[in-house]
Design a protein around this ligand. Structure first.
Ligand SMILES: [Zn+2]
Length: 308
């Protein structure tokens, strides 16, 4: 069984500058780490992603916002919020990032592979309905969830977010749809300050797991597994999406969690096993954060091995 590895060189054209933690070196580390695992490299089904259309992005975002980002970038870009910048390559990068998730979903519901990892940037889980936020322009995973429902008739979608930051954007984009269940585990208190356990969304389809920094790694793994159980009680998803943020890894400059490669591997294997029982094993994972490039590359490769 092969695994999809979906990337697009345009994602490297989102130029935030080397002083910004979300720089292009993050993505370059992934193929570099993959080349160290030639057997996996031979098995992956590598695909250069398409670009999401404005109609597709508007499945989750305000159409006027999508057009305003396009126009802003066409005029040279600049600062979209306090820590989110856009360069002249950012439109192609952002649409390729979302397009990768859509391609992975097409594969999952088509001839396969059933599981893919999308090595994309900018990340997506902070992007709101009509504004950029926290390094993110468009909610890649939220767009994917809506696309799977509309294009492939998926009735129920589960989104699992282990990035160290609350997936506030994803929550905002999906919480009105009871058939999309969203689980986010994140450091608390921490950026962006949302994601209290009591915040279940208007339809109780959101599970927030705020966790203190510096706990033993198995505490995070166990909490996340229990969160998956809670989010899927009486709910059998047709597709599982992972917001794979590796800033929850020990030593990340933007987080205080303690997870190591083996813990992401264990969580991934657990999710795959559950997905096999729910929906023929359809899992689409998309990169979110992770700001120690070398470790990020290895973590992505170990995640891909476990996804396989
Ligand atoms: Zn993050």
């Amino acid at each position: 069984m092969s695994i999809g590895y979906i990337s697009n060189s345009d994602c490297g054209r989102h130029d935030t500058g080397w002083g910004h933690p979300e720089h292009v070196g993050r993505l370059r580390a992934i193929p570099a780490a993959l080349r160290m695992e030639p057997e996996l490299l031979m098995r992956v089904h590598h695909l250069e992603s398409r670009h999401a259309t404005e109609d597709e992005l508007s499945l989750a975002h305000d159409r006027r916002y999508v057009a305003s980002v396009r126009d802003f970038i066409a005029q040279g870009g600049g600062r979209l919020d306090a820590d989110t910048v856009a360069s002249d390559g950012s439109w192609d990068a952002a649409t390729a990032g979302a397009g990768a998730v859509l391609d992975a979903i097409d594969l999952a519901f088509g001839d396969g592979p059933k599981r893919s990892f999308c090595a994309v940037r900018p990340p997506g889980h902070h992007a709101l309905y009509s504004s950029a936020m926290g390094f993110c322009l468009f909610g890649n995973v939220a767009v994917g969830a809506k696309y799977a429902r509309q294009k492939h008739g998926a009735e129920r979608v589960l989104i699992l977010d282990w990035d160290v930051h609350h997936g506030n954007g994803t929550q905002a984009l999906v919480e009105q749809e009871p058939d999309i269940h969203f689980l986010s585990m994140h450091q608390w208190p921490w950026y962006p300050g949302t994601g209290a356990a009591s915040d279940r969304g208007p339809h109780d389809n959101v599970w927030n797991l705020p966790m203190r920094a510096g706990l033993p790694p198995t505490d995070y793994v166990d909490a996340f597994r229990r969160g998956i159980d809670a989010a899927t009680a009486g709910f059998t998803p047709d597709l599982v999406l992972i917001s794979a943020g590796f800033d929850s890894m020990a030593g990340d400059p933007l987080g205080g969690f303690t997870l190591e490669y083996e813990h992401f591997e264990a969580l991934t294997r657990h999710i795959v096993a559950r997905a096999e029982s729910w929906c023929g094993g359809r899992v689409v994972s998309a990169l979110e954060g992770g700001y120690s490039p070398e470790r990020l590359g290895v973590a992505c490769v170990r995640h891909m091995m476990a996804l396989e």
